[in-house]
Structure formats: structure tokens, C-alpha cells
Design a protein around this ligand. Structure first.
Ligand code: FES
Ligand code: FES
Length: 296
């Protein structure tokens, strides 16, 4: 039976727990969230930090055979556990899951995909031929901010077929003529979580309120590095600027956005579509307001 570490309530039971990550014995020197230990200490950066709050599933790892959000458990609750990240998959599994997700067209920005891949593995290890209801249930805790889930579900079905048959089929489209539907060139790095994400937004935001906490105005200058190709840089910038005001009532606002082509990797329709960046700036400024202002 698989124990559920996410809700185990074991916090603090075993200080300085020792456990296994991708086959290696580890002994954290301090009690921190598993996500931080994996990323900051072991540099296993396929484990993505999407929210740090157990909400999005981007940080999913496998613990004793079951998917678990790595931002939830403290390391001192993990005594004797066996943890797998995408880096710990076998070469065959890496090839199979990469092909399935790429061929199904399930990879966009890719930020959620390593977590999806591990949910897929946890499901298929238990159930080699899941139906769609079972697939949807297995992915229920993992959010993709780029796409619907139709292609991700197709990727899981294809991965199941590959695992059952032990053969990776040929890609449907092999020629790269204009109009062909081919696999993304960066699908592998996105599926395996090795891709680098550029700092694509630079913001200068000013906000002020009156003595009653009513926001009097916001001024924002938003600069986007959209990389070498357009890749939705314009629409993403538009949303970034639209949401720079947040959901609040403003007396005055002035928001100016510019997207620049650069020689950096394409930076367009990424997770949050520009909204998260400017909302982060707005919310950070609001947090610096006096508490009574924030209650307005
Ligand atoms: S980063 Fe762990 S659930 Fe979002
Ligand atoms: S591909 Fe899922 S969040 Fe971007």
C-alpha cells in the first residue's frame, strides 16, 4: 500500500531524516521543504516551483510509487522513503515519455510537463492500460497554464501504448515542409525539465494610495524580451499590461509596454501568458502598503 506523505502529519517526527533520491542515499543537514532540497541542494531542476503552496503540481515527484507535490513535505518526514524525479527515470522511460508528449503536441512552455510525466509514470506503473477517466483522475492535481488537457491526455494514452508494446513508433510527420505538423524541437528539454527559461520581463512599477487606502494611481513601464522570434510576444505583452493594474479600482494609470526582439531564446506564450509577471509586481507593491490600506 502506498503511504500518502503529503497528508501524513509526520512533520518533525524524524529530524535529519535520511532517504533515497534517484537511487542515491541522501541526508539533508537541515529540515526544509523537499522541493527546496531537490532544487537547491541536489540541483534537480526538473522539479519546477510553480507556486510553492501545493496548488499547481509543477513540483510533482514520485515517493514510494505515488505522485506527491514536493513543495508539501518537509525533509524530516521522509525517513526511509524512495523518491524519483525525472532525472531518475531510465533511459527508456525518458525516450518513451519524451516521444509521447512531443508526438501528441502536449508540450507548450513545458513548465508543467515534468510533473505530468511523473504522474503518467506513477499511473502506468500501476495500471498499464488506463481509460480516459483514470487518466483524468491521475492528472487531477496538475495544472497546465498553457493548454487544455486534450493533448496531454493523448500523450498519456500514447505513453501507455508504448510501455505496453515496448516499442517507440515512428513520428507521424517526418518531413519538414512548410505546413507539416512536426514535433517541437525543444520538446525533449521541456519534457525532461532541462530547458532554461529566460528572464523575459523587466518592470518598473509605481503605485500610491491616499490616507483611506484608496489607490490613487499606478505607473508601469513593462519591457519584454521576446527572443529571436515573435512567438506571441505581442499578445503576451498586451495581457501583461492589461493586468498590470490588477483587479483593483484605480483613479489614474499609465502603463507602457514594449517588446524587443533579441538573440535570446523565444519568450512568448509562457506559463501565465504575461499576467503573472505584472500581477506579482502589483501584489508586491500592495504588500508594502499599510495594513489598514490593504483592507480597503
Ligand atoms: S510548486 Fe508544488 S504544487 Fe505548485
Ligand atoms: S505547457 Fe503546461 S504550463 Fe505550459
Amino acid at each position: 500500500m502506498v503511504r500518502d506523505i503529503c497528508d501524513s502529519g509526520e512533520k518533525g517526527v524524524n529530524a535529519m531524516a535520511e532517504f533515497t533520491v534517484n537511487g542515491a542515499h541522501v541526508a539533508p543537514q537541515k529540515n526544509i521543504k523537499l522541493l527546496r532540497f531537490l532544487r537547491d541542494e541536489l540541483h534537480l531542476t526538473s522539479v519546477k516551483d510553480g507556486c510553492s503552496q501545493g496548488a499547481c503540481g509543477a513540483c510533482t515527484v514520485i515517493i514510494d510509487g505515488a505522485p506527491c507535490k514536493a513543495c508539501v513535505p518537509d525533509t524530516d518526514t521522509l525517513e526511509g522513503r524512495t523518491i524519483i524525479t525525472v532525472e531518475g527515470l531510465s533511459d527508456w522511460e525518458k525516450e518513451a515519455y519524451t516521444f509521447a508528449y512531443a508526438e501528441a503536441g502536449a508540450v507548450q512552455c513545458g513548465f508543467c510537463i515534468p510533473g505530468m510525466v511523473l504522474c503518467t509514470k506513477a499511473l502506468l506503473d500501476q495500471n498499464p492500460d488506463p481509460d480516459e477517466t483514470e487518466i483524468r483522475y491521475a492528472l487531477r492535481n496538475n495544472y497546465c497554464r498553457c493548454t487544455g488537457y486534450v493533448k496531454i491526455i493523448a500523450a498519456v494514452k500514447l505513453a501507455a501504448q508504448i510501455m505496453r508494446e515496448g516499442v517507440i513508433p515512428d513520428a507521424k510527420a517526418k518531413d519538414w515542409r512548410l505546413g507539416s505538423r512536426v514535433q517541437r524541437l525543444d520538446a525533449r528539454e521541456k519534457a525532461l525539465g532541462t530547458g532554461k527559461y529566460p528572464d523575459d520581463y523587466y518592470m518598473d512599477v509605481t503605485m500610491g494610495c491616499d490616507a483611506q487606502g484608496i489607490i490613487q494611481g499606478v505607473k508601469a513601464v513593462v519591457t519584454s524580451d521576446t527572443g529571436g522570434y515573435m512567438s506571441l510576444g505581442g499578445p503576451v505583452l498586451q495581457r501583461a499590461c492589461t493586468h498590470a493594474a490588477g483587479p483593483y479600482a484605480y483613479e489614474n494609470f499609465e502603463i507602457e509596454g514594449t517588446a524587443y526582439y533579441t538573440n535570446n531564446p523565444p519568450a512568448g506564450a509562457f506559463r501565465g501568458f504575461g499576467v503573472t509577471q505584472t500581477c506579482f509586481a502589483t501584489e508586491t507593491l500592495l504588500n508594502s502598503f499599510p495594513l489598514e490600506s490593504r483592507a480597503q
